[in-house]
Design a protein around this ligand. Structure first.
Ligand SMILES: [Mg+2]
Length: 408
């Protein structure tokens, strides 16, 4: 799957009028009182579209993908550099956003709204983007780049700015739909031997009860969960009820991508906890899901909710209600993966997430050294300033199809 970029490179500069127009639209959001100490000043932003081949195809209920097309956001301020990664895919299957919609929203609205402005705290960058409705992944890419920049400027690891308490996170693995049950068992054996603390398999109607039953027969009792990516309906939920006797740690997003109510009905009928992913696009949606008891676990993905500030708010909301969270994955490169590790260091990330070693997906990765999982199934939280990893800019440049630089 690839975008029709044709490999061309282009450099666009927005007109001063266009920049002024968007900044004026949100003038109220990030302005500081005169004399207030500035923490984040953004003087340049660069957007890039990259194509990266995947080490191995990844298949979900949406279909199979062999490469990752993504946007990187580089945020410059006073000599420091922050990086953000947009998790929108080339196609609108997991969410309505795509690489192309994110590019449009970033370049025409979001970047002009923050360029040349100063913010007292990186969370205000997200607030300054709220004049655009939705487009959480586009917002998150820019907002997370600003958090990295702010932590770089302050000389502290991002975990400290976010309120993290762990020095290492528990790592789990997500295994896509396989060509056969034997190949699935081989993948599971491989990942368990690598130390991952739990295994998640993608399911869809026809690849569900048999797959789980096969794994239980082969490996017995071990931490296993399934993710349906909204592949079931109320009419086909008997398949989900049939999964209830296998001791799964949870069933992730079985029903429609924006549903809360039917999940609540299903949760009442299941012993296995339901975890919501796609349905939780805002903190308000999470409040609604918790109030309706539609889930007992929530998967946090900063790209899905608009960035780090919203993710911290979602984490805190869940903690207040006794709902454990874990960190999801969106086939991020090492840049997005490093952001996720820092976020997952917060205390209520009490279940192993989908943050795995880089080399499962990309070889080489965009960062050096790549992210590795230790034999005990944990990943250390980087302790260098910002996201704490080294971005290999030559590698980024060589994989770039399109670039847009904007200066204050
Ligand atoms: Mg999921």
């Amino acid at each position: 799957m690839s975008l029709p970029t044709g490999g061309r490179r282009r450099q666009l500069i927005l007109s001063p009028q266009a920049q002024q127009g968007c900044a004026a639209a949100c003038y109220h959001a990030g302005d500081r009182p005169p004399g207030h100490p500035r923490i984040v000043f953004i003087d340049a932003i660069e957007l890039r579209i990259l194509h990266l081949p995947l080490v191995r195809f990844f298949e979900t209920s949406f279909g199979r993908t062999d490469e990752r097309v993504l946007i990187l956001v580089r945020v410059d301020g006073e000599g420091a550099v922050g990086w953000g990664e947009c998790v929108a895919d080339a196609h609108p299957f997991y969410s309505a956003e795509t690489v192309r919609t994110a590019w449009h929203i970033l370049s025409d609205y979001l970047v002009p709204a923050v360029l040349g402005r100063q913010f007292g705290h990186p969370r205000e960058v997200g607030e300054a983007l709220q004049f655009v409705r939705g487009h959480q992944m586009a917002k998150a890419a820019l907002e997370m780049g600003a958090w990295d920049l702010a932590a770089q400027q302050a000389g502290v690891p991002l975990t400290r700015m976010l309120g993290g308490t762990r020095t290492a996170i528990a790592s789990g693995v997500s295994i896509g739909i396989q060509p056969s049950l034997e190949e699935l068992a081989e993948r599971v054996a491989l990942e368990r031997a690598a130390g991952y603390q739990r295994v998640k398999i993608k399911i869809k109607p026809g690849w569900d009860v048999e797959a789980v039953s096969f794994l239980r027969q082969r490996f017995g009792d071990f931490p296993l969960m399934v993710d349906a990516n909204a592949a079931y309906t109320v009419a086909t939920s008997d398949r989900l009820r049939a999964l209830d006797g296998f001791g799964l740690t949870m069933i992730e997003q079985p029903l429609d991508y924006d549903d809360i109510r039917d999940h609540a009905t299903l949760q009442r009928a299941l012993r296995t906890p339901i975890c919501l992913d796609e349905s939780i696009t805002t903190v308000n949606r999470a409040e609604e899901a918790i109030a309706l008891q539609a889930c007992r676990v929530i998967n946090v993905k900063p790209g899905r909710v608009g960035g780090h500030a919203a993710s911290v708010a979602l984490h805190d909301l869940c903690a207040r209600h006794g709902i454990p969270v874990w960190h999801g994955g969106m086939l991020e490169t090492g840049i997005g993966r490093a952001h996720n590790i820092h976020l997952a260091s917060l205390p209520n990330f009490s279940l192993p997430g989908d943050i795995a070693a880089s080399r499962r997906y990309f070889d080489p990765d965009l960062i050096d050294p790549p992210i590795e999982v230790r034999p005990d199934g944990t990943i250390p939280v980087p302790d260098a300033p910002g996201i704490g990893v080294i971005v290999v800019e030559e590698r980024v440049a060589s994989l770039t199809d399109e670039v847009l630089r904007l200066h204050a």
